[in-house]
Design a protein around this ligand. Structure first.
Ligand SMILES: N[C@@H](CCC(=O)N[C@@H](CS)C(=O)NCC(=O)O)C(=O)O
Length: 229
């Protein structure tokens, strides 16, 4: 049964840039599942109607339409229990929630540095919606949000200290192999990499070294995606 995944894309349909879609792409690869990915844009609302959602990722498996990255990851874990685990059992599932929430916080900070880069990569059809909805959210223009973005970099990097300390002690948050916790966090860096030339990490940061390990995972699945290196 073919698995389909709707992924946010820019004007170049190959440029996929949602942190949550990337977490699911990596989770599918971890499970060794084939997937047909479908580029989706903000104004393609009707396409997602069967899911009752207006956001991606949306995964279609048979007659099931699933949304919310956390729910999709759990669905994959429960539906394919004989494949490599994404969570390492119920306790690992509970702990993974923290990493997913940490990723949301990271994304909410990173977007203040890459918002205009996202806008620049959108179709002309998506641009007005994106500008209006995000300017309403931030209460200022897109350009004002990212103004002086260099000053936001160090506080962002400082906030990664718990990740950095952990990655000095082990290769992945899952231990010697990645788990969904890794993919949830990695999704944020891959989102930024796919859409913006603005480098979030210093090259010698243990977090950057971990990111490289995940870029190379699954035969370079993430590395080969259009992005900025
Ligand atoms: N909590 C959701 C968040 C999904 C989400 O925010 N998706 C964004 C792309 S990164 C989206 O589709 N936004 C549509 C819009 O803003 O209209 C998840 O984890 O799947």
């Amino acid at each position: 049964m073919t698995i389909k995944l709707f992924e946010l894309s820019g004007s170049d349909p190959e440029r996929r840039f949602s942190p949550y879609c990337w977490a699911i792409r990596m989770a599918l690869a971890h499970k060794g599942l084939d997937v047909q990915t479908i580029p989706w844009r903000f104004m393609d609302r009707d396409v997602l109607a069967p899911s009752g959602q207006t956001k991606v990722p949306v995964l279609v498996h048979g007659d099931k339409w699933l949304s919310e990255s956390w729910d999709i990851a759990n669905y994959l874990e429960q539906t394919f229990p004989d494949r490599p685990t994404l969570f390492g059992g119920p306790q690992g599932t509970a702990l993974s929630k923290f990493y997913c929430n940490f990723a949301v916080v990271m994304a909410s900070q990173a977007i203040r540095m890459i918002l205009v880069d996202i806008y620049d990569h959108l179709t002309e059809t998506d641009k007005p919606y994106f500008r209006e909805s995000r300017e309403q959210r931030f209460g200022m223009s897109l350009e004002q949000v990212v103004a002086d973005r260099e000053s936001k970099l160090q506080p962002f990097r400082d906030g990664l200290m718990p990740l950095r300390m952990t990655l000095k002690q082990q290769e992945f948050f899952g231990g010697d192999q990645p788990l969904y916790a890794d993919y949830a966090l990695f999704g944020v860096f891959q989102w930024a990499r796919c859409i913006s030339p603005f480098e979030l990490l210093a090259a010698d940061d243990p977090v950057a070294l971990w990111r490289t390990r995940l870029l190379n995972a699954f035969n370079g699945l993430a590395q080969s995606a259009p992005g900025y290196d």
